[in-house]
Design a binder for this molecule. Structure first.
Ligand code: 16G
Ligand code: ZN
Length: 542
């Protein structure tokens, strides 16, 4: 009862706004920061505490960020014990709690405790729930952290405030805490621990190879800026056989600069470099998003034409490199390596992986949690969304084989050691712009590839994305990894009709998980046909 009262009392400064309905979506809760998000964050504290109890006091993470959204937005998401996204079934409890009035917080907490914590081990009250949390650089962050602490305090949760971190750094911390005493500890749960792990793995994976020229990193004026500067202190620099990184858009003092005309989402959706970019032709550039869990590469050619190397390109580069190293190491036939994409992956990338690289491809619905889950079905699963969210997962079998194989030649030994380094270089908890960037640099250096060489591996099919505003997006129900519409009735047949009339045509329509709209994607042999097909499909859903 003391707890129930405290939950109601501590919530007082964070009332439920009238007439709003909150939903835990693909990326947690996300909205304008000043219209009740503090109430939502307070509720998320309760979810995290319950989740920790349910997992026998494992450490749960809470991240305050709105990623690539404008500066005035913010959001919150929950991280499960192994550093992956909150289990889907629990999204609903989070939604319920977020829509609860302050006066009822005690009662709903009691109800959820009775429903969810039924196992006798959950009933031991002497052990406290454990939560770790962090925020990005948004101005609304400190106030939201206060709301989070208020509910954690009411529930006597043991917590660590990590201050400002990138999203993947927080995922790293969570996994470190929960694997401390396991046979495979993830690392040290500190910022220095994160940087050291990555820098050491990078040095090992490079194996004395040289990186040509320098890399310009656009940090979207977000948390990636200061954290990349920290990481650089640990990485070997250009004069030291290392990497020459030029950091741009790292202003976190001017709040409104965040994601403004820069960052991964800008570059991917506008298909152009940030206007602030001074990159010279053929120089490697990359852009992170506002919380540094997404990355895309690009360069301009001597005609100032822009060339995007997106998540599909990173996936093919990474999978190709890893499969090659496995072959050279003599363990290629022992490992099931595969790639996971979504329907947004360019058809040319899928064909390249299947026909040239001869690796299996899986397609899942949009959203990191789906790809992550599917990637676990391979020994080494490479997953990326075209927008630059992704990572590589090595399962226990793969790690045992890589660490246990006896090399038969210096070549095998090199390849094994670089694979071993990749296990640590790649943030296997979640897609991480820093680790994906270093993986890309390692793969390019091993191949001695310029960005054009990378670009020349296959030619993208021309494609077009259209956003269609509809009265009710919920009537659009997609199946088959969002490649087909099951409802409204007849829509898919009409889409098929147009697709069949198009040379190398492929198209689909799906309800957005983050906005009130339907998204249409079309690709075809020519840009004109892709655009025509996209418009035809848009008309079907309008
Ligand atoms: C969320 C997802 C992202 C996905 C996007 C699609 C996570 C962490 N984020 O931002 O992966 O690409 O939604 O948005 O899963 P849409 O449903 O509006 O197209
Ligand atoms: Zn993000």
């Amino acid at each position: 009862d003391e707890v129930k009262n405290a939950l109601v009392q501590n919530a007082a400064p964070y009332p439920l706004p009238e007439g709003k309905r909150f939903q835990y979506g693909t990326a947690g809760f996300r909205m304008k920061a000043d219209v009740g998000l503090d109430h939502v964050v307070y509720a998320v504290g309760i979810v995290a505490a319950l989740r920790s109890k349910r997992r026998n006091e494992a450490t749960i993470g809470v991240m305050i960020t709105a990623s690539h959204n404008p500066a005035e937005d913010n959001g919150v998401k929950v991280v499960d014990p192994m550093g992956d996204m909150l289990e889907q079934e629990w999204e609903e409890y989070a939604t319920q709690l977020a829509n609860t009035e302050n006066a009822l917080f005690g009662d709903i907490y009691e109800k959820l405790t009775n429903d969810l914590l039924v196992d006798p081990v959950h009933q031991v009250h002497t052990r406290k729930s454990k939560v770790v949390f962090a925020r990005d650089t948004r101005a609304s962050g400190p106030h939201l952290i206060k709301a989070l602490k208020a509910s954690l305090d009411a529930l006597h949760v043991e917590y660590t405030d990590y201050g400002i971190l990138t999203t993947p750094m927080l995922h790293h911390m969570v996994r470190c805490h929960n694997t401390k005493n396991s046979p495979r500890p993830f690392g040290e749960a500190s910022e220095a621990g994160y940087h050291k792990k990555m820098a050491n793995a990078f040095k090992k994976a490079m194996y004395g190879r040289k990186i040509k020229g320098h890399l310009t990193v656009d940090c979207a004026n977000g948390v990636g800026g200061p954290k990349l500067h920290d990481l650089l202190k640990y990485l070997p620099n250009a004069s030291n056989d290392g990497i020459d990184i030029k950091v741009v858009n790292d202003d976190v003092i001017k709040p409104e600069a965040l994601n403004y005309e820069c960052g991964a989402d800008y570059v991917k959706t506008k298909q152009r470099a940030p206007p602030s970019s001074n990159a010279v032709p053929f120089e490697r550039c990359c852009s992170l998003d506002g919380d540094a869990d997404r990355i895309v590469y690009y360069f301009i050619d001597d005609n100032k034409e822009f060339h995007l190397l997106d998540g599909d390109r990173i996936a093919t580069l990474a999978a190709n490199f890893i499969a090659d190293q496995a072959r050279v190491a003599g363990i290629g036939d022992k490992l099931k390596i595969g790639v996971v994409q979504t329907a947004y992956a360019n058809g040319a990338s899928t064909e390249y992986i299947q026909k040239v690289m001869k690796l299996p491809v899986d397609c899942t619905p949009t959203g990191v949690k789906h790809l992550h889950h599917a990637a676990k079905r391979f020994d080494i699963g490479v997953y990326f969304e075209a927008n630059g969210h992704g990572t590589v997962l090595f399962n226990d079998n793969a790690i045992d084989i890589i660490k246990g194989h006896d090399p038969q030649s210096p070549g095998q030994k090199h390849a094994l050691e670089s694979l071993d380094a990749l296990i640590d270089l790649i943030n296997q908890a979640v897609g991480d712009a820093f680790s994906d960037m270093l993986l890309t640099e390692v793969a390019l250096a091993h191949r001695a590839w310029s960005p054009q060489d990378w670009m020349n591996t296959y030619i993208d099919l021309p494609n077009k994305l259209v956003r269609v505003v509809v009265p009710d997006r919920n009537v659009f129900k997609a199946v088959d990894a969002e490649r087909r519409l099951e409802s409204p009735a007849g829509a898919q047949a009409r889409i098929d009709h147009y697709v069949n009339l198009t040379n190398r045509g492929r198209a689909f329509a799906r309800a957005s998980g983050t906005e009130d709209a339907v998204r249409v994607y079309a690709e075809a042999h020519s840009a004109r046909d892709a655009e025509k097909l996209a418009n035809q499909v848009a008309e079907v859903v309008e």
